[in-house]
Design a binder for this molecule. Structure first.
Ligand SMILES: Nc1ncnc2c1ncn2[C@@H]1O[C@H](COP(=O)(O)OP(=O)(O)O)[C@@H](O)[C@H]1O
Ligand SMILES: [Mg+2]
Length: 408
């Protein structure tokens, strides 16, 4: 949907003088010393798919705002190219558009949301939400209907006739979000939209955005300096340092495999429980920890070498068939069944009488919770029901504290 190739922005009187130095890998400080120019963004490249939330994260001053403003050319990039997949015209190079084409692009296809939403104080909430549509030249009735629908969506249905000053900060932020969503632009550029909010309201807004996004499937470029926020919202995350993108990956890839010291520092304080998955932490069945444990009626058994009392039986296709604890088959149950609201929590003595199974994409939080229902290892199966591995306390603790997969 949006593809950036070596986008670079140098601030100063002679930006071109800094370009060769970037290519020689000089640091931002060295470049300032040698040329007096400030590196805003340094050769940023990425590819954003239609319908995804792409989060850009990094410390203050690392170039996030400069980069997002280069995308719609509120800031003119010094070098690099930006491609946009136009719904009718195919791929457009944004850096080659003239003023008029650029205005049309911003009006119809790319909507920008700022940290301070800058609502118009003398207009009602409804009219604020419809403002973008007004600019697009849509009729009054159409504007009002759309604005009301989006206002309902962000939970402010009854507030349409109020004025911004009558609303709390969090509510005003919702109005700003509604205004961006109402335009039906397929790309939303959001520069730290939640950073000024109180922590609890911030989490509300993150959930709200995720919920709305599930329905609307916009393409969102979301900037934040908060890694937990980036992980809650982003399908992919790009981490920026001194103008450069130092790593791009899924939230789990970033957490489990930080590529630089700088990324590792962010990761150290992040909450892994909603991000790291069963497939990552499970001890694989083919690891050396498992030893053969006999065979009967076409079922092949194995056990973890230090846990001979728990034996895992698979058929020849690798499908999980049964688990024996002290020679007795115990019932298998899907993890999801223990997470439902009506799941009955067993008395403690029965927690060793059921084995839970889950898919590779179950997250840590859910596996942890399942320990209330069973103290036996959780079995991880892949899409077609074959046994992949298991998760016991060491794997869980390793995942939470070290944010790493199983230790080979
Ligand atoms: N208009 C400008 N003139 C000169 N330097 C700027 C300008 N805008 C931003 N910068 C510099 O570019 C770098 C990146 O800034 P910015 O993109 O605002 O960072 P972030 O949004 O990540 O906090 C900083 O060093 C900042 O001082
Ligand atoms: Mg900024």
């Amino acid at each position: 949907m949006i593809r950036a190739e070596n986008v670079t922005k140098i601030f100063g009187s002679d930006p071109e003088s800094a370009i060769p130095l970037l290519e020689q890998n000089k640091t931002k400080d060295e470049i300032r010393e040698l040329t007096g120019q400030t590196v805003g963004v340094n050769q940023a490249s990425f590819d954003i798919q239609r319908g995804e939330v792409f989060a850009i994260m990094g410390l203050s001053g690392c170039g996030k705002s400069t980069l997002i403003r280069c995308i719609n050319r509120i800031i003119e990039p010094t070098a690099g190219r930006i491609f946009f997949k136009h719904p009718e015209r195919g791929e457009q190079d944004i850096t080659e558009l003239d003023e008029e084409q650029l205005r049309a692009l911003r009006k119809q296809h790319m909507s920008m949301v700022f940290q301070h939403f800058a609502l118009l104080p003398h207009r009602s909430v409804l009219s604020n939400v419809g403002y973008g549509l007004e600019i697009q030249g849509r009729g009054r009735k159409d504007r009002q209907d759309t604005a009301q629908r989006v206002l309902d969506m962000v939970g402010l249905g009854p507030w349409g006739q109020s004025y911004p000053a009558e609303l709390s900060g969090g509510m005003q932020q919702r109005v700003g979000l509604a205004r961006a969503l109402a335009t039906e632009a397929e790309v939303l550029l959001m520069d730290e939209p939640f950073s000024a909010l109180d922590p609890l309201i911030k989490v509300d807004m993150q959930q709200e955005l995720t919920r709305i996004q599930r329905e609307l499937q916009r393409t969102i470029l979301f900037i934040t300096h908060d890694l937990d926020e980036a992980m809650r919202i982003g399908d992919h995350i790009a981490i920026m340092e001194e103008g450069r993108i130092v790593q791009i990956g899924s939230p789990e890839q970033i957490l489990v495999n930080p590529r630089t010291e700088y990324v590792a520092k962010f990761v150290e304080h992040a909450d892994p429980t909603g991000v790291i998955t069963a497939g990552t932490i499970a001890l694989p069945l083919d690891s050396e920890e498992f030893v053969p444990s006999g065979e009967r009626d076409g079922i092949v058994y194995r056990h973890r070498h230090d846990q001979p009392q728990i034996r895992y039986g698979q058929d020849r296709e690798g499908q999980l068939r049964e688990v024996l604890v002290d020679g007795q088959a115990v019932p298998l149950r899907r993890l999801e069944e223990t997470l439902g609201e009506d799941a009955v929590r067993p008395v403690p003595s029965e927690r060793s009488r059921v084995v839970l199974t889950c898919g590779e994409d179950a997250v840590l939080r859910h596996i942890l919770r399942s320990r209330l229902y069973s103290t036996l290892p959780v079995i991880v199966t892949n899409g077609d029901g074959r046994l992949r591995g298991l998760i016991d306390d060491p794997e869980l603790i390793n995942g939470i504290l070290e944010k790493r997969g199983h230790i080979p």
